[in-house]
Write a protein that binds this ligand. Structure first.
Ligand SMILES: [Zn+2]
Length: 337
């Protein structure tokens, strides 16, 4: 019996050595360790042996069983490790659900762009590193104009700046396309702000501009209401308050009835029921003129939607810093499918 056990041991060892997949290892396992295996039948015969033989054969059987079991386990873990290595290089594997979603601001930007495209707007972009001319001068914000102080600017060593708003895209588009014109320019802007729940040094705007004959404020309100209805899936009440921006005349602050509390008052709207959404107004004749458009023939309106703020309202995000944090867990809690 001892000899038989030793032969089984060697056979099992060599079969495990040549097995290179899980299935064949499981087969080896059942052949040598299963209920109907030869080792098992030897164990059953122990009772007919002398005490001395019983001890010897029993011990050896157990030893061999443990050894085979361990060898199989080892080989299985090697096979598993190899196969997971292969998976990490297999670009054809289906994408896991865990890879993430679009960022809330990207989603809102794409939704606004889609709505504006339907109304005949074209999408334009501009550089984030801008010149003084496009960011200020061309928008009727002369040097020493107090409006520059309101936009704490990051100046660069090369004399340029990080754009403080998407409005430079207005000037660039007017120069490039002339009138009539309908543009939307989503993008990232920068201001040297102290960070808190409501302020970020990096935020997203969407600039909109329409230039045509006989454009009025009513057209502006119509466009804004259309955008808001598309984003919040309901009619959102708006109001205009006078606001001063050098590149529009008259200028307004457009407020929306807080979509979170429906105007009843909540922490997000500071209990006022209204929230500032975007500065807007009729394009200043000097701005048209500077870009070669005749203000006697054409008029226009422009608006700068705060995409960051819009995303905060849409997804009920109380702290602006969550959006730029890159913290996947926080962003996931926003619950975007
Ligand atoms: Zn509210």
């Amino acid at each position: 019996m001892i000899e038989k056990l030793n032969i089984l041991r060697e056979k099992a060892q060599s079969e495990i050595n040549v097995s290179n997949d899980e299935q064949s290892l499981l087969k080896v396992k059942s052949t040598y360790l299963g209920k109907d295996s030869e080792i098992s039948s030897i164990m059953k015969q122990l009772k007919d042996l002398s005490i001395e033989e019983k001890k010897q054969v029993g011990q050896l059987s157990n030893e061999i069983k443990n050894e085979i079991s361990n060898l199989i386990k080892e080989k299985l873990s090697i096979i598993e490790a190899n196969s997971s290595k292969k998976i990490s290089f297999d670009h054809t594997m289906p994408v896991s659900d865990d890879t993430g979603t679009l960022h809330p601001i990207t989603i809102v930007a794409e939704e606004v762009v889609k709505i504006l495209k339907k109304m005949g707007f074209i999408i334009v972009t501009g550089p984030e590193m801008e010149s003084d001319y496009y960011n200020f001068e061309g928008l009727n914000i002369a040097e020493n104009h107090p409006a520059r102080d309101m936009q704490d600017t990051y100046w660069l060593e090369n004399g340029k700046l990080l754009r403080t708003h998407t409005s430079p895209c207005q000037v660039r588009a007017m120069e490039k396309y002339g009138a009539p014109l309908r543009i939307a320019a989503p993008g990232r802007c920068f201001r040297n702000e102290d960070l808190d729940a409501c302020h970020e040094n990096t935020f997203f705007q969407l600039e909109g501009m329409v230039i045509d004959k006989e454009v009025s404020i009513n057209n502006l309100i119509y466009v804004m209401k259309n955008i808001l209805k598309g984003i919040y899936n309901k009619d959102v009440e708006v109001r205009l308050r006078p606001g001063f921006f050098p590149f529009v005349e008259p200028g307004f602050e457009l407020d929306i009835k807080c979509p979170i509390c429906d105007g009843k008052g909540c922490p997000t709207c500071k209990n006022s029921g209204w929230s500032e959404l975007c500065p807007c107004g009729m394009v200043h004749p000097k701005v048209l003129e500077a870009s070669g458009i005749d203000p006697k023939v054409y008029s226009g309106f422009a608006f700068g939607i705060g995409l960051t703020r819009m995303a905060m309202f849409k997804y009920n995000i109380a702290d602006i810093r969550v959006l730029n944090s890159g913290n996947i867990n926080s962003l996931k809690q926003i619950g975007i499918e």
